[in-house]
Design a protein around this ligand. Structure first.
Ligand code: TXA
Ligand code: MG
Length: 320
């Protein structure tokens, strides 16, 4: 079976996408599994390759706010202000779609999620394409998101022809998802733009990221970001003494006072940006090591820390 070619050629990526193929693309948050957002057959193949249920909609990636306006209508003023402040960047806006966006992209919802990613290769690609790119994170549904081309290759390499390699992702966790309920700005997924950053521009926002049976953004599903190994979140000392794992993996925030070979540190200097960058790679790394479970602690719950803790809780949520 053939595996994906990994390279840095925007023109190769462009050719394949013009032919209706899927290409993995780098963004500042995580790698995306991209295809022509305006072509229902292509969009259907994204769901298929990712193994994603069709009720979980896709984010559409655009080159600019001006381009975005051709796919949306009745745009609240705050949305434009946010785009002007944070695009290109890790912010997805849920806005009323125009009919040109296929039903499959939004799973039939009235709003489409739009984002202008901040990575030079992908920006160049988007500028050269006559259509926007639908792209979920380039991982099998429910698993940890990929932050390097190698992560994509390992899990999806046999399903796609090309991975555009833009190096390790600069932010490392997915975009923040924002929408409006009346006048109220609502955060549906915590991500690379912090609540504090949003509020400095919009005033108070509501955060509604709890899972429910009818999720507004199924990234809210509790079992998302699930590593394969048993994953426990809490106080590391007490977890270690309670669980009595034979060979524990440990993920700590900044200090590693544990005499275990399988202890990884998100940020030795205690920097939340560095911790976010390392999070998914370290979850994968511990998943691949010879450990019989992983124990982890939360990080300080402000700025990017809220999004990191959200991912850690979801990773742990599949365990009792
Ligand atoms: O940073 C990111 O957002 C990355 C990169 C590749 O751009 N993409 C990403 O896509 O994380 P995905 O598909 O893994 O997560 C997108 C989330 C899902 O939880 C989906 O349900 C939600 O966004 N979403 C997308 N469109 C939506 C819509 N129209 N209404 C509600 N939720 C939506
Ligand atoms: Mg995802």
């Amino acid at each position: 079976m053939t595996v994906a070619v990994v390279g840095q050629s925007v023109s190769t990526a462009r050719q394949l996408l013009l032919q209706g193929k899927l290409v993995a693309i780098p963004t500042e948050t995580v790698y995306g599994l991209a295809g022509n957002a305006l072509e229902p057959d292509v969009v259907a193949s994204i769901f298929e390759v990712k193994g994603r249920p069709r009720f979980d909609p896709l984010i559409v990636h655009v080159a600019s706010w001006e381009k975005a306006l051709t796919y949306i209508q009745d745009v609240p003023h705050t949305a434009e202000i946010l785009a002007r402040n944070f695009w290109p960047g890790p912010l997805t806006l849920l806005l009323p779609r125009r009919p040109v966006i296929p039903d499959l992209v939004t799973s039939g919802l009235d709003r489409v999620g739009l984002r202008c990613p901040d990575h030079p290769l992908t920006r160049e690609l988007l500028e050269q394409l006559p259509f926007p790119l639908a792209a979920p994170s380039a991982n099998p549904f429910g698993y940890v998101s990929p932050t390097t081309a190698e992560h994509v290759q390992l899990r999806l390499g046999r399903r796609i022809p090309y991975i555009l390699d833009g190096g390790p992702c600069r932010v490392g966790i997915e975009s923040t998802i924002v929408g409006w309920e009346g006048e109220q700005t609502v955060v549906y997924r915590l991500g690379g733009v912090s609540v504090e950053q949003l509020e400095s521009v919009t005033g108070p926002v509501v955060v509604r990221t709890h899972s429910s049976s009818q999720p507004q953004a199924p990234g809210q599903l509790q079992s998302h970001y699930a590593p394969a190994k048993a994953f426990y979140l809490g106080n590391i000392e007490s977890l270690l003494s309670r669980l009595k794992l034979r060979n524990p993996g440990i993920l700590c925030f900044k200090e590693a006072p544990y005499p275990h070979s399988n202890c990884l540190v998100l940020s030795p200097s205690g920097d939340l940006h560095e911790a976010a960058r390392n999070l998914f790679g370290m979850l994968r790394e511990l998943d691949h090591r010879d450990v019989d479970g992983v124990v982890a602690e939360e990080v300080p719950n402000h700025g990017l820390g809220r999004a990191i803790n959200d991912r850690l809780r979801r990773a742990a949520a599949t365990r009792p």
